[in-house]
Ligand binder design. Sequence first.
Ligand code: FAD
Ligand code: A2P
Length: 267
Amino acid sequence: MQDAPLKAHLHDAQTVTAVTHWTDRLFSFRVTRPKTLRFRSGEFVMIGLMGEAGKPLLRAYSIASPAWDEELEFYSIKVPDGPLTSRLQHIQVGDEIILRPKPVGTLVHDALLGGKRLWLLATGTGFAPFASLLREPETYEKYESVIMMHTCREAAELEYGRQLVAGLADDPLIGEMVAGKLHYYPTTTREPFAHMGRITDNLTSGKVFADLGLPQMNPADDRAMVCGSLAFNVDVKAVLDGFGLREGANSDPKEFVVEKAFVGDGI
Ligand code: FAD
Ligand code: A2P
């Protein structure tokens, strides 16, 4: 009872303003943004719902909207028996979620040294931090080319990203900056699609470089941000190491940075 007032301001209630369901496992939603919340595009926060006995049930979520947006957007999995998402998937406009306004994360521009090309490499909901960075002007100011590789098992799982990228050209803030700079390279692994295959395979075989007319990655020109399952992150890191890129952090910028899209079972 004694710390109730303290808890009240650690978690802000925010109102849901939009919800879109993409598949039976994926949805996105927008909420009001606390006036005092400042964050860098690519960071994550803790969000959730009030649980039993007024105890907050919070999980890490990448902010999918850019730092300049008046609202906050999130892109979410639906885990059928997941403590949070079994409930969160049912939110509707006007409902409230809770948010701990302490943004953190490594997928930020400050954590990379300057370069020519920025590679954004994601599987599944790992696209979320890049949904923010793809709408961030700094992304196009800092690099000559930006390459978004997103891989899912099936085409329907790519749809949130596809529509977001398709809308960038008409965005009043960054539409002109994006033209000619952004290469979007979505692939599936378990359903026929224009381009197929794992990101790791398309990098090591050189297929993506050939398809996009770009040189093989090298530490002088290429920078990368990686966000997927732990297995994906480990395997991509080995590929990037092989191209001579080194992993950096906020406190020690280098050629690439990695963040988990989720914490897996037993990991
Ligand atoms: P949990 O008990 O948290 O998870 C149950 C199981 O579901 C996990 O063990 C795992 O096997 C699986 N799972 C959880 N999340 C995912 C996922 N995203 N994709 C595939 N399988 C998953 N989730 C998002 O949906 N969007 C985000 O932007 C996002 N950002 C994250 C950022 C960070 C740094 C971390 C660590 C996690 C992030 N997550 C994100 C995962 C999120 O924190 C929760 O795990 C997820 O919302 C499920 O919560 P839950 O309570 O329903 O199930
Ligand atoms: P695949 O279908 O060949 O396993 P998941 O749904 O299991 O999280 O996977 C999302 C996408 O990431 C799938 O297309 C999957 O390909 C791919 N993927 C999973 N693990 C790896 C990995 N270790 N390296 C590269 N791609 C991976």
